[in-house]
Design a binder for this molecule. Structure first.
Ligand code: NAP
Length: 323
């Protein structure tokens, strides 16, 4: 099987390469910008040389090409790869809301992968962990409304986000990538404002939830906030079910959700730096339809690389692709 990773030197790309280890691929090509040409990345016991991404490179037929180099690169190169017969899994937001493009969290809607070739979109990081946590609740009880506030790590803005926090910790006061200083601070705006006053990041959570849950009625009320954490997004969620229920049933549904850990102990981002699970805690009940939870996951893993590689593995399994 031939696989390529575009954006292999980035925060998400490096984790994708790591998550492909168990497949022990013989044919794995790594691409990034010209600046990284010749850089060596380890893959199992081999050293792979990073190549500069060019249109020609995407005309080779790969079985899978995983993109994590931003929306502009995906918009330009992913259609070339798909037209050349490769299945593309894209981490950017470039194709997510296109009607014909499946937006997939495998634990929720893997049926979208059956018999499908072409571009598959990986959802927004905050959306993935929220929907994984609520997956069984939505299936069994249907959710009327989700009210969510996020506490998003600086790595959500890529490696430059981490470097900005580190540099401010050392006393350099320059803010280039975040609108305000992020060190010892909290910024209640991620992305640009849309006409309705919500930000682009918040509207991703609204629109992607509807598409992934295939539920036009579900209401999502988000506030997206950047915090000075390196890895790990946290979310405070209040949700209202359509059917009346009780706290024990809600706990059982969450605890039995695939790749979700329910735990009443407090877990913090520092403890899940390399983790592939979504953690749910602090379950509380307001009334027979309203509950509160705290949800946490590693944004570059669960919110990007892990979900992308899970999509690839599920696509292989469902469609019987030869390894
Ligand atoms: N970080 C997250 O939590 C997260 C979560 C979900 C989705 N995503 C999405 O994943 C993508 C990557 O994010 P990231 O956090 O990994 O960003 P990052 O750390 O900034 O890495 C960006 C990657 O893109 C490559 N790149 C930049 N310009 C390029 C060009 N002209 N040609 C080829 N490659 C180029 C970079 O290569 P060089 O090293 O050579 O510059 C690097 O490998 C983005 O679309 C982002 O929205 C990120």
């Amino acid at each position: 099987m031939k696989v390529a990773v575009v954006g292999a030197t980035g925060e998400v790309g490096r984790k994708i390469v790591d998550e492909l280890s168990d497949l022990n691929l013989k044919d794995l090509d790594l691409y990034a910008s010209k600046k990284s040409e010749g850089e060596i990345l380890e893959y199992n016991d081999r050293e792979l040389v990073v190549k500069e991404l060019k249109e020609e490179s995407m005309k080779k037929e790969y079985d899978y090409v995983l993109f994590s180099a931003g929306g502009d690169i995906s918009s330009r190169f992913a259609p070339i790869a798909a037209d050349s017969g490769s299945v593309v899994i894209d981490n950017s937001s470039a194709f997510r809301m296109e009607k014909e493009i499946p937006l997939v969290v495998p634990e929720i809607n893997s049926h979208k992968l059956k018999g499908y070739g072409g571009i598959i979109a990986n959802p927004n990081c905050s959306t993935i962990q929220m929907l994984l946590a609520l997956n069984n609740v939505q299936r069994e009880l249907k959710i009327e409304e989700i009210n969510v506030s996020t506490y998003q790590a600086v790595s959500g803005a890529g490696n430059k986000g981490i470097q900005e926090l580190i540099s401010q910790e050392k006393g350099h006061k320059v803010s280039k990538h975040f609108e305000k200083e992020i060190h010892r601070n909290v910024i209640p705006k991620i992305g640009d404002y849309e006409e309705n006053g919500f930000t682009t990041e918040e509207m991703k959570m609204v629109n992607e939830t509807i598409k992934i849950y295939e539920d036009d009625e579900i209401i999502v009320i988000p506030t997206a906030v950047r915090v000075p954490v390196v890895y790990g997004h946290s979310e405070s969620i209040t949700f209202k079910t359509k059917k009346s229920t009780n706290i024990q049933l809600v706990e059982d549904l969450i605890a039995n959700s695939e790749n979700v850990v329910f735990n009443n102990e407090i877990i913090t981002p520092l403890e899940i730096e390399n983790d592939k699970m979504t953690y749910v805690s602090r379950l509380r009940q307001l009334n027979e339809r309203t509950f509160l939870i705290w949800v946490m996951a590693n944004n570059v893993r669960v919110g990007a690389a892990t979900n992308a590689v899970r999509i690839m593995k599920k696509h292989i399994e469902i469609n019987g692709v030869d390894l």
